[in-house]
Design a protein around this ligand. Structure first.
Ligand code: 1CP
Length: 351
């Protein structure tokens, strides 16, 4: 594939978010929140009334509005594109839906090599609405960076093999161990989708990308290295050719943080279970993102801000630090708490 250059990376190049991702000096610690758009915002619930999740993701005006909502409300340092990790599968014709209160549900889970081979590769023509939404957003956002994203092969495979959300990922891991040729084909297929999906977003103007391997924490380091890492590396390496910073995140990944950095990340996302100082020691010469416990928004404001200060102080030891929660915003979160948290991070002295 031909390398594509970002539409206009210069507008966001000096933002605090991009500078921190590259390990450069910053005017303040940058902050954004995973799942900052979505169910915790009344303005989101209003515009989504009567419209399905996947339908929303395919409507460029709605995607633009929803992506901008948290940027307007909180003044965060980056927008995250409103979409979902299973959108590329839907776009190539896999029969799936995102069910309210459940998540992605796949009609015919993948079992055989023929099932994998029946899934087409993703080309930009499958997702014209993504290109349009990103272009609209970049024009509206000006100097605020837009983060494009995709699901990493293991996490997307889990939905395809289990047929829906899973705690143990037992069928997925069973395929990994008992049908290596099916597993390999599936991981290659999803890696192609994720790399192409990121390329479309960056070509249209996204300034950074995040690869979500949310459920990689279910793996032993050995299985991660042998069966997963090469495929995530391929996605990150293709994203690297686009010249934008790459963030790599998973939940419960303390033992994998070093490997997830080595897979080809500029920034490693650390979940809240790992003290940030430990995370920094594990990722070495890379920036980090995180990692306030997402439930701390339900504590008194002083307690939340006190813990946020600890996270910021710990982040000073990293090559660069982007403040975030240790996983997504919980739907019942009070948006006023996130506003206070954003202002606190921005006002926190640099030394
Ligand atoms: O700010 C944002 O909301 C950004 C948009 C976004 C992102 C980055 C959505 C919208 N989904 C995602 C990524 C995503 N989707 C991940 C990785 C991030 C993470 O770990 O949180 C995962 C695992 C999914 C799969 C998914 N989609 C789930 C989880 C199900 C499970 O296995 O527990 C759910 C509930 C969805 C639906 C979904 N995606 C996004 C929203 C706002 C919703 C809720 C549906 C709705 O509002 O109707």
């Amino acid at each position: 594939m031909t390398p594509t250059t970002p539409a206009d990376a210069s507008a966001t190049r000096d933002s605090a978010f991009i500078r921190a991702a590259r390990g450069e000096s910053v005017p303040h610690t940058p902050v954004w929140f995973m799942r900052q758009a979505g169910r915790s915002l009344p303005e989101y619930l209003k515009v989504r009334e009567g419209i399905g999740m996947l339908e929303s993701c395919m409507d460029p005006d709605l995607v633009t509005e929803i992506t901008l909502q948290p940027v307007r409300r909180y003044g965060v340092d980056a927008a995250i594109f409103f979409s979902d990790i299973v959108l590329p599968l839907k776009a190539v014709g896999v029969d799936l839906d995102i069910k309210p209160g459940i998540g992605p549900v796949v009609a015919s889970p993948v079992r055989t090599l023929a099932d994998v081979e029946a899934i087409p590769d993703l080309v930009p023509e499958h997702v014209p609405y993504i290109t349009q939404a990103v272009k609209q957003l970049v024009a509206e956002l000006g100097p605020t960076p837009l983060i494009g994203f995709a699901g990493a092969p293991f996490t997307v495979a889990s939905y395809l093999v289990e047929g829906g959300p899973s705690k143990e990922h037992a069928k997925t891991k069973a395929m990994m161990h008992s049908a290596p040729e099916v597993w390999d084909a599936l991981m290659r297929k999803i890696a192609q989708h994720s790399a192409a999906y990121l390329r479309v977003q960056v070509a249209a103007g996204a300034s950074a990308v995040q690869l979500f391997d949310s459920w990689a924490g279910a793996l032993t380091p050995r299985d991660y290295v042998e069966h997963v890492m090469p495929h995530s590396s391929r996605v990150l390496s293709e994203a690297g050719e686009l010249g934008v910073p790459r963030i790599h995140f998973g939940v419960g990944t303390t033992n994998l943080l070093t490997l997830m950095g080595e897979a080809g990340a500029d920034v490693v996302g650390v979940d809240w279970r790992t003290p940030l100082a430990d995370g920094i020691a594990r990722v070495g010469d890379r920036a980090v993102q995180g990692n306030l416990d997402p439930t701390l928004v339900f504590a008194p404001t002083e307690v939340m801000l006190d813990r946020a200060a600890e996270v910021i102080d710990a982040g000073r030891a990293a090559k660069g630090h982007i403040f975030n929660l240790g996983h997504g915003v919980i739907p019942s979160t009070d948006p006023d708490q996130l506003k206070k948290l954003t202002d606190f991070v921005h006002g926190y002295p640099l030394d």
